[in-house]
Design a protein around this ligand. Structure first.
Ligand code: FAQ
Length: 335
């Protein structure tokens, strides 16, 4: 078939025909590997759309980790005790580390970090909607750990089995660290709910009221309005759909809320015996798209903070490059 295809293409430039025939064979091999639950490495052949989809998702994920440092970073200098300050510092540093592994994973697909960051700074690239909400009180920090990291883990554990191996490998370590983040948030809230004053308990409840619905939005639009889900699942990039993950998160969190002694702000939250899941109310998708499209409470502030950090860090990048040049010049020349 290979030879015949070349012959019948007549006057087509030879290498072009060859490429398309070869590509078909490569695509078949790629699809078979995916169907077998196999993994794709950076140097393996992959269809261009698979590569683009991965760059889109991994870079959005990396941007989310980096922008996600800002809401909590806001509280480092105001943490109530040395212990909480040390925990928060470690957490925010971890998020920075996650962003860096993920940028590195995206770079293995042939897009440079500078390109990825330029897309973020120009407002073209997306990052998670959740980080466009403000952190008004100390209880917001615990609530981010409990709910935002809790939602992030629910979404990210299946990505440890993503078909693109460098992304899957990065996610294993990230998920371990996110689990610690979720536990520290829950612990911080539990201390306030068990030993705190009435005002502190009310502060926790207020934070939960504000973060609950945006956390449900983190999982993305409903499956029937999610343009990327079908192909993402076909390629093994996404293993579980947006709605399924959202439901798993609700089911797990309702029980944790009982332990904490907080009320989740949804009058429609009800156990459904038939489904074996908690039913929950309608999500305000207009709010979600408004935030995704740049008009949430903190979008402009978040982007401005990232652009400022990039501009003010220019001297560090220049110094690192100058140092690397100097080191390279000092290397003894090969004979
Ligand atoms: N925010 O067709 P789908 C964290 C966009 S990390 C903004 O369903 P897909 C750690 C979506 O990009 C949190 N945009 O898309 C932390 C697409 O637009 P596009 C981030 C959203 O890719 C904790 C369009 O809507 N996690 O929290 C959002 O199949 C605490 C249509 O949507 C990840 O990125 C949203 N919430 O599914 C750090 C995990 N949802 O690109 C600091 C990896 C959807 O076509 C403190 N990503 N969109 O223009 C994923 O799993 C997926 O990309 C989804 C979206 C599930 C986010």
């Amino acid at each position: 078939m290979y030879t015949q295809a070349m012959d019948t293409q007549g006057k087509e430039p030879e290498d072009k025909t060859l490429r398309s025939v070869e590509e078909r064979a490569l695509l078949q091999r790629f699809d078979a590997n995916i169907d077998d639950g196999g993994f794709i490495e950076a140097k393996d052949w992959m269809p261009e759309n698979y590569r683009r989809t991965l760059v889109r998702q991994i870079s959005q994920h990396a941007h989310s980790e980096i922008v996600g440092m800002l809401p909590e970073g806001n509280w480092i200098s105001r943490a109530p005790t040395l212990k909480r300050k040390a925990i928060l510092l470690a957490k925010v540093q971890d998020e920075g580390g996650h962003g860096l592994y993920l940028y590195a994973a995206a770079e293995t697909l042939g897009t440079s970090r500078d390109e990825l960051l330029a897309a973020l700074h120009s407002g073209k690239a997306k990052y998670s909607s959740i980080f466009n909400y403000p952190t008004l009180t100390w209880a917001d920090v615990g609530t981010i750990g409990w709910l935002v990291d809790g939602a992030a883990i629910m979404n990210q554990v299946p990505i440890c089995r993503c078909s693109y191996a460098p992304y899957a490998r990065a996610m294993i370590r990230i998920c371990r660290e996110e689990s610690f983040h979720q536990r520290q948030g829950f612990d911080s809230l539990l201390v306030m709910m068990q030993n705190g004053t009435e005002a502190q308990k009310a502060m926790v409840q207020d934070a939960v009221n504000r973060w609950w619905w945006p956390c449900l939005m983190m999982f993305g639009p409903p499956d029937d309005q999610s343009p990327n889900t079908a192909q993402g699942m076909r390629w093994g990039i996404k293993r579980v759909s947006n709605d399924e993950l959202r439901q798993k998160f609700v089911d797990a969190t309702v029980e944790q809320a009982k332990v904490l002694g907080v009320t989740l702000p949804d009058p429609d939250l009800k156990w459904n015996e038939e489904r074996g899941h908690w039913d929950f109310g309608t999500i305000d998708w207009d709010e979600f798209w408004n935030v995704v499209n740049g008009n949430g409470p903190c979008n402009r502030e978040r982007l401005a903070a990232r652009v400022k950090a990039w501009e003010e860090g220019a001297w560090v990048r220049e110094a690192a490059l100058a140092h690397a040049d100097k080191q390279a010049q000092r290397q003894p020349k090969a004979a």
